[in-house]
Design a protein around this ligand. Structure first.
Ligand code: ASP
Length: 361
């Protein structure tokens, strides 16, 4: 950790000025957007051409929903919720409709949303009747008194909103039910039975320079005892701060919570952006990083390195998964240590990519 920070700092102090993903002028207003639909053992040989086309179309639709908003000057927050609500309704993903089953045969959702302007955040866990859990997280954030609501309390809170409610059975799909049955019959773990994580997430930078992140999931098949994954835990699966980055994660939630993945990535990026400004009085005289952040630019590969190294920590502890992030510099980055991750990204500088498998797919 310290080694990579020192390395990157040295590179920054002694190398040429940082360039973004495209190498273009940094001072033009720009936007960037990235989404994921889960990471895991996603291999070409296990996927029919038709299935692959369906996933690509779903990712394309969610990407387009967000990029239309950002291109039109809309907010990062609106782009994130537009993409996630689409994926929550899509039974291919483990969120909203099509989410995994709990041990007791119900479906319980987790979701979180964070605004990089002031780090306002809303999160919910264990809800079972709210059609769009990400919108309930948004209501929690807007209401503002609390950050994280759970179970029955979150349902009662939802009663006071105009959000659409559905019976729990509305979320159920045969494929997810079969996974639970197999898990029980063959005494498998959720990792064995799921093979991949289907959580959905989105991160955005808008032309005002604001960042937002959101994540929505059913968690892991057969979860019990009120198990909560990383997705709704602010700092673990979801984080956004205009000074550094916006992150959404997918993977083996217990490890992402232990590493504090999303906030760890953003904090390292923030320190690196500050460190570039060596004359900053906050750093020199008071040691207060916060005062010194400014219009500093990180190179794409520096942000990528930080994300990769934090994911390597997850792996060292025995976990796996992936993240998407955007930075104030306009980069949209993927990092994962699983064979594949459903993912897509788009930027004002012409990057547009939809991908499923690992490198060189
Ligand atoms: N991270 C989620 C969890 O642990 C699972 C996923 O990414 O699909 O609940």
């Amino acid at each position: 950790m310290h080694f990579r920070f020192a390395l990157a700092l040295a590179a920054m102090l002694f190398a040429a000025p940082a360039m973004a993903q495209d190498g273009s002028d940094q001072d033009e207003p720009r936007w960037s957007f990235a989404i994921h639909g889960g990471a895991g053992t996603i291999l070409r040989e296990n996927m029919s051409a038709e299935q692959e086309a369906q996933y690509r179309a779903a990712l394309d639709a969610a990407l387009s929903a967000g990029e239309d908003i950002l291109q039109g000057g809309g907010s990062a927050m609106d782009a994130v919720t537009a993409a996630i609500t689409l994926m929550e309704d899509d039974p291919k993903f483990n969120a909203g409709r099509g989410a995994v089953f709990t041990w007791d045969g119900t479906i319980e959702h987790d979701a979180a949303l964070m605004d990089g302007r002031d780090r306002a955040a809303g999160a919910i866990t264990g809800t079972s009747t709210v059609r769009h859990p990400i919108l309930l997280a948004q209501e929690v954030m807007r209401e503002g008194r609390h950050v994280f609501l759970s179970g029955a309390g979150a349902e009662t809170f939802a009663d006071d909103t105009a959000l659409e409610r559905v019976p729990n059975a509305w979320f159920a799909t045969d494929a997810r039910r079969q996974s639970l049955e197999r898990m029980k019959a063959e005494a498998l773990s959720s990792i064995d039975v799921d093979l991949k994580f289907g959580t959905v997430g989105a991160v955005a930078l808008d032309m005002e320079g604001n960042l937002a992140a959101g994540t929505s999931t059913g968690g892991m098949t057969g979860k019990r005892w009120g198990r909560i994954g990383d997705a709704p835990v602010i700092g673990a699966g979801t984080y956004a701060d205009n000074r550094s980055c916006a992150v959404s994660a997918t993977g083996w939630g217990e490890f992402f919570i232990r590493v504090g993945v999303a906030q760890e990535i953003c904090t390292e990026i923030r320190y690196l952006r500050v460190a570039e400004q060596v004359d900053c009085p906050g750093v020199r005289e008071e040691g207060v990083f916060r005062e010194c952040w400014g219009p500093l630019h990180l190179a794409t590969d520096e942000a990528q390195l930080i994300a990769d190294e934090v994911l390597a920590e997850v792996e060292e502890l025995g976990g796996d998964g992936g993240v998407i992030l955007v930075t104030p510099d306009g980069d949209a980055i993927f990092s994962f240590n699983t064979p594949g991750m459903y993912r897509a990204r788009s930027t004002s500088e012409g990057v547009r990519e939809i991908a499923i498998y690992g490198e060189g797919e």
